[in-house]
Design a protein around this ligand. Structure first.
Ligand SMILES: Nc1ncnc2c1ncn2[C@@H]1O[C@H](COP(=O)(O)OP(=O)(O)OP(=O)(O)O)[C@@H](O)[C@H]1O
Ligand SMILES: [Mg+2]
Length: 248
Protein backbone atom coordinates (compact mmCIF):
# COMPACT_ATOMS: atom_id res chain seq x y z
CA UNK A 1 0.00 0.00 0.00
CA UNK A 2 1.40 3.39 -1.01
CA UNK A 3 2.04 5.79 1.86
CA UNK A 4 -0.17 8.89 1.77
CA UNK A 5 1.04 10.43 5.00
CA UNK A 6 3.83 9.78 7.45
CA UNK A 7 4.95 11.24 10.74
CA UNK A 8 8.46 10.93 12.09
CA UNK A 9 9.83 11.77 15.52
CA UNK A 10 7.04 14.24 16.26
CA UNK A 11 7.46 16.06 19.60
CA UNK A 12 5.70 18.93 21.38
CA UNK A 13 5.78 20.38 24.89
CA UNK A 14 3.66 23.07 26.52
CA UNK A 15 6.04 24.57 29.07
CA UNK A 16 7.14 21.67 31.27
CA UNK A 17 4.32 19.42 29.96
CA UNK A 18 6.04 17.19 27.39
CA UNK A 19 2.91 15.88 25.66
CA UNK A 20 4.48 14.14 22.66
CA UNK A 21 8.05 12.86 22.83
CA UNK A 22 8.45 10.82 19.66
CA UNK A 23 5.49 9.83 17.52
CA UNK A 24 6.01 7.83 14.33
CA UNK A 25 3.52 6.25 11.96
CA UNK A 26 2.45 5.84 8.35
CA UNK A 27 -0.99 6.06 6.77
CA UNK A 28 -1.48 4.12 3.54
CA UNK A 29 -3.70 5.26 0.67
CA UNK A 30 -7.28 4.18 1.38
CA UNK A 31 -6.42 3.03 4.89
CA UNK A 32 -8.32 3.71 8.14
CA UNK A 33 -5.91 4.08 11.07
CA UNK A 34 -7.51 4.12 14.52
CA UNK A 35 -5.78 6.04 17.31
CA UNK A 36 -6.48 5.17 20.93
CA UNK A 37 -4.93 6.38 24.16
CA UNK A 38 -5.94 7.60 27.60
CA UNK A 39 -7.41 11.06 28.28
CA UNK A 40 -4.70 13.67 27.92
CA UNK A 41 -2.39 11.38 25.90
CA UNK A 42 -2.11 14.01 23.18
CA UNK A 43 -4.47 12.60 20.52
CA UNK A 44 -6.18 15.93 19.79
CA UNK A 45 -2.81 17.68 19.99
CA UNK A 46 -1.59 15.28 17.30
CA UNK A 47 -4.50 16.28 15.01
CA UNK A 48 -3.84 19.95 15.74
CA UNK A 49 -0.22 19.47 14.70
CA UNK A 50 -1.22 17.62 11.51
CA UNK A 51 -3.65 20.37 10.50
CA UNK A 52 -1.18 23.14 11.42
CA UNK A 53 -3.04 24.67 14.39
CA UNK A 54 -0.04 23.74 16.56
CA UNK A 55 3.61 23.76 15.54
CA UNK A 56 5.70 20.77 16.67
CA UNK A 57 9.01 21.36 18.45
CA UNK A 58 10.56 18.57 16.44
CA UNK A 59 9.69 16.08 13.72
CA UNK A 60 8.73 15.62 10.10
CA UNK A 61 5.33 15.19 8.43
CA UNK A 62 5.14 14.11 4.81
CA UNK A 63 1.84 14.33 2.92
CA UNK A 64 1.72 13.29 -0.75
CA UNK A 65 5.54 13.14 -0.82
CA UNK A 66 5.94 16.71 0.45
CA UNK A 67 7.11 17.95 3.83
CA UNK A 68 4.21 19.97 5.27
CA UNK A 69 5.66 21.20 8.57
CA UNK A 70 6.16 24.73 7.17
CA UNK A 71 2.88 24.77 5.19
CA UNK A 72 0.02 27.00 6.43
CA UNK A 73 -3.21 25.59 7.89
CA UNK A 74 -5.26 26.84 4.93
CA UNK A 75 -2.83 25.37 2.43
CA UNK A 76 -2.87 22.01 4.21
CA UNK A 77 -6.67 21.99 3.90
CA UNK A 78 -6.45 22.89 0.22
CA UNK A 79 -3.93 20.08 -0.35
CA UNK A 80 -6.46 17.63 1.05
CA UNK A 81 -6.22 17.42 4.83
CA UNK A 82 -9.68 17.66 6.43
CA UNK A 83 -10.80 17.19 10.01
CA UNK A 84 -13.69 17.08 12.43
CA UNK A 85 -13.60 18.52 15.93
CA UNK A 86 -14.18 16.68 19.21
CA UNK A 87 -16.91 19.23 20.02
CA UNK A 88 -18.99 19.77 16.84
CA UNK A 89 -18.43 23.22 15.35
CA UNK A 90 -21.33 23.64 12.93
CA UNK A 91 -23.09 27.01 12.61
CA UNK A 92 -26.20 26.54 14.72
CA UNK A 93 -28.33 29.12 12.92
CA UNK A 94 -27.66 27.64 9.50
CA UNK A 95 -29.28 24.56 8.01
CA UNK A 96 -27.45 21.27 7.42
CA UNK A 97 -27.32 22.12 3.72
CA UNK A 98 -25.93 25.63 4.32
CA UNK A 99 -23.30 24.30 6.74
CA UNK A 100 -22.12 21.80 4.14
CA UNK A 101 -22.11 24.50 1.47
CA UNK A 102 -19.94 26.76 3.64
CA UNK A 103 -17.51 23.85 4.14
CA UNK A 104 -17.06 23.60 0.35
CA UNK A 105 -16.82 27.31 -0.39
CA UNK A 106 -14.41 28.18 2.45
CA UNK A 107 -12.68 24.85 2.97
CA UNK A 108 -11.97 24.16 -0.69
CA UNK A 109 -12.57 27.45 -2.57
CA UNK A 110 -15.38 25.87 -4.60
CA UNK A 111 -17.93 28.04 -6.41
CA UNK A 112 -21.31 28.17 -4.70
CA UNK A 113 -22.85 26.17 -7.55
CA UNK A 114 -20.23 23.40 -7.38
CA UNK A 115 -20.37 23.32 -3.58
CA UNK A 116 -24.18 23.12 -3.76
CA UNK A 117 -24.05 20.04 -6.00
CA UNK A 118 -21.47 18.41 -3.78
CA UNK A 119 -23.47 19.28 -0.65
CA UNK A 120 -26.35 17.08 -1.87
CA UNK A 121 -23.98 14.13 -2.45
CA UNK A 122 -22.45 14.62 0.99
CA UNK A 123 -25.80 14.87 2.78
CA UNK A 124 -26.61 11.54 1.15
CA UNK A 125 -23.32 9.97 2.36
CA UNK A 126 -23.87 11.14 5.94
CA UNK A 127 -27.59 10.29 5.92
CA UNK A 128 -28.91 13.82 6.46
CA UNK A 129 -30.86 14.38 3.21
CA UNK A 130 -34.19 14.40 5.01
CA UNK A 131 -32.90 17.03 7.46
CA UNK A 132 -31.10 19.27 4.99
CA UNK A 133 -33.35 22.24 5.81
CA UNK A 134 -33.16 21.81 9.58
CA UNK A 135 -31.04 24.21 11.62
CA UNK A 136 -27.86 22.61 12.94
CA UNK A 137 -28.65 23.88 16.43
CA UNK A 138 -31.85 21.81 16.47
CA UNK A 139 -30.22 18.53 15.46
CA UNK A 140 -29.66 15.57 17.80
CA UNK A 141 -26.09 14.74 18.87
CA UNK A 142 -25.91 11.93 16.28
CA UNK A 143 -27.01 14.27 13.50
CA UNK A 144 -24.57 16.98 14.62
CA UNK A 145 -21.81 14.35 14.53
CA UNK A 146 -22.93 13.40 11.02
CA UNK A 147 -22.93 17.05 9.97
CA UNK A 148 -19.47 17.60 11.44
CA UNK A 149 -18.21 14.82 9.15
CA UNK A 150 -20.17 16.34 6.23
CA UNK A 151 -18.58 19.76 6.67
CA UNK A 152 -15.12 18.15 6.64
CA UNK A 153 -16.03 16.13 3.52
CA UNK A 154 -17.16 19.32 1.77
CA UNK A 155 -13.52 20.45 1.83
CA UNK A 156 -12.77 17.54 -0.53
CA UNK A 157 -10.14 15.83 1.65
CA UNK A 158 -7.79 13.05 0.60
CA UNK A 159 -7.10 12.41 4.26
CA UNK A 160 -9.83 12.86 6.87
CA UNK A 161 -9.02 13.23 10.56
CA UNK A 162 -11.86 12.24 12.89
CA UNK A 163 -11.69 13.34 16.52
CA UNK A 164 -14.16 11.20 18.48
CA UNK A 165 -16.83 11.10 15.78
CA UNK A 166 -18.70 8.48 17.84
CA UNK A 167 -18.09 9.91 21.32
CA UNK A 168 -21.19 10.14 23.52
CA UNK A 169 -23.41 8.08 21.20
CA UNK A 170 -25.45 4.95 21.96
CA UNK A 171 -24.42 1.58 20.50
CA UNK A 172 -26.90 1.74 17.62
CA UNK A 173 -25.89 5.33 16.85
CA UNK A 174 -22.24 4.25 16.82
CA UNK A 175 -23.19 1.67 14.16
CA UNK A 176 -24.50 4.52 12.00
CA UNK A 177 -21.19 6.37 12.28
CA UNK A 178 -19.35 3.13 11.43
CA UNK A 179 -21.46 2.84 8.29
CA UNK A 180 -20.67 6.44 7.27
CA UNK A 181 -16.95 5.82 7.78
CA UNK A 182 -17.20 2.70 5.61
CA UNK A 183 -18.80 4.75 2.83
CA UNK A 184 -16.07 7.39 3.08
CA UNK A 185 -13.34 4.75 2.96
CA UNK A 186 -15.03 3.14 -0.06
CA UNK A 187 -14.84 6.50 -1.84
CA UNK A 188 -11.02 6.32 -1.56
CA UNK A 189 -10.43 8.76 1.31
CA UNK A 190 -7.85 7.75 3.92
CA UNK A 191 -8.79 8.26 7.55
CA UNK A 192 -7.12 8.77 10.92
CA UNK A 193 -9.80 8.05 13.52
CA UNK A 194 -9.33 8.93 17.18
CA UNK A 195 -11.87 7.14 19.32
CA UNK A 196 -12.47 5.72 22.79
CA UNK A 197 -15.34 3.49 21.62
CA UNK A 198 -13.95 -0.04 21.28
CA UNK A 199 -16.59 -1.15 18.75
CA UNK A 200 -15.41 1.47 16.23
CA UNK A 201 -11.75 0.54 16.52
CA UNK A 202 -12.42 -3.20 16.19
CA UNK A 203 -14.89 -2.97 13.33
CA UNK A 204 -14.07 0.25 11.52
CA UNK A 205 -10.29 0.37 11.18
CA UNK A 206 -7.52 -1.43 9.29
CA UNK A 207 -4.90 -0.82 11.97
CA UNK A 208 -4.88 0.71 15.44
CA UNK A 209 -2.15 2.80 17.06
CA UNK A 210 -1.86 3.22 20.81
CA UNK A 211 -0.64 6.68 21.80
CA UNK A 212 0.63 6.82 25.37
CA UNK A 213 3.55 8.30 27.31
CA UNK A 214 4.13 10.66 24.41
CA UNK A 215 4.81 7.99 21.82
CA UNK A 216 3.39 5.39 19.46
CA UNK A 217 3.50 2.41 21.84
CA UNK A 218 2.14 -0.21 19.48
CA UNK A 219 0.55 -0.21 16.04
CA UNK A 220 -0.98 -3.21 14.26
CA UNK A 221 -4.13 -5.14 13.46
CA UNK A 222 -7.04 -3.94 15.64
CA UNK A 223 -7.66 -7.23 17.46
CA UNK A 224 -3.93 -7.73 18.11
CA UNK A 225 -3.46 -4.23 19.51
CA UNK A 226 -6.59 -4.49 21.67
CA UNK A 227 -5.30 -7.77 23.15
CA UNK A 228 -1.73 -6.49 23.58
CA UNK A 229 0.23 -6.17 26.79
CA UNK A 230 0.77 -2.48 25.98
CA UNK A 231 -2.98 -1.76 25.97
CA UNK A 232 -3.44 -3.77 29.16
CA UNK A 233 -0.61 -1.82 30.80
CA UNK A 234 -1.87 1.59 29.76
CA UNK A 235 -5.54 1.04 30.57
CA UNK A 236 -5.32 -1.29 33.58
CA UNK A 237 -1.94 -0.21 34.86
CA UNK A 238 -0.77 -3.56 36.20
CA UNK A 239 -1.13 -6.31 33.60
CA UNK A 240 2.21 -6.09 31.78
CA UNK A 241 4.21 -5.42 34.93
CA UNK A 242 2.54 -8.33 36.71
CA UNK A 243 3.38 -10.67 33.85
CA UNK A 244 6.93 -9.38 33.71
CA UNK A 245 7.37 -10.10 37.41
CA UNK A 246 6.03 -13.61 36.96
CA UNK A 247 8.49 -14.20 34.14
CA UNK A 248 11.51 -12.95 36.17
N1 LIG B 1 -2.94 24.64 23.34
C1 LIG B 1 -2.52 24.01 24.43
N2 LIG B 1 -1.75 24.65 25.34
C2 LIG B 1 -1.30 24.01 26.44
N3 LIG B 1 -1.53 22.72 26.74
C3 LIG B 1 -2.28 22.03 25.87
C4 LIG B 1 -2.81 22.63 24.68
N4 LIG B 1 -3.51 21.68 23.99
C5 LIG B 1 -3.43 20.56 24.73
N5 LIG B 1 -2.70 20.76 25.85
C6 LIG B 1 -2.37 19.73 26.85
O1 LIG B 1 -1.90 18.60 26.14
C7 LIG B 1 -2.29 17.38 26.78
C8 LIG B 1 -2.97 16.48 25.78
O2 LIG B 1 -4.23 17.01 25.44
P1 LIG B 1 -5.17 16.39 24.32
O3 LIG B 1 -6.36 17.28 24.25
O4 LIG B 1 -4.41 16.18 23.08
O5 LIG B 1 -5.54 14.97 24.95
P2 LIG B 1 -6.40 13.82 24.30
O6 LIG B 1 -5.54 12.63 24.14
O7 LIG B 1 -7.08 14.33 23.08
O8 LIG B 1 -7.46 13.53 25.46
P3 LIG B 1 -9.04 13.18 25.38
O9 LIG B 1 -9.12 11.71 25.17
O10 LIG B 1 -9.54 13.57 26.74
O11 LIG B 1 -9.66 14.00 24.29
C9 LIG B 1 -3.15 17.81 27.97
O12 LIG B 1 -2.32 17.79 29.11
C10 LIG B 1 -3.58 19.21 27.62
O13 LIG B 1 -3.81 19.98 28.76
MG1 LIG C 1 -9.01 14.73 22.51
Amino acid sequence: MRSLFSVQELAIAFGSNQVLTSVNFDLGEGEVLGVIGPNGAGKTVLLNIITGILKPDKGRMVFLDQDIVGVSTVDRARRGIGRTFQIPRSFENMTSYENTLVGGVFGDAQTEKAAGRKACEILDTIGLCDKKLEFAGKLSLLDRKRLEIGIALAGNPKMLLLDEAAGGLTESEVSEILEIVRRIKASGISIIWIEHVLQTMLHGTDRVLLLADGRDMICGLPEEVMASREVEDVYLGTGGKRRKRVAE
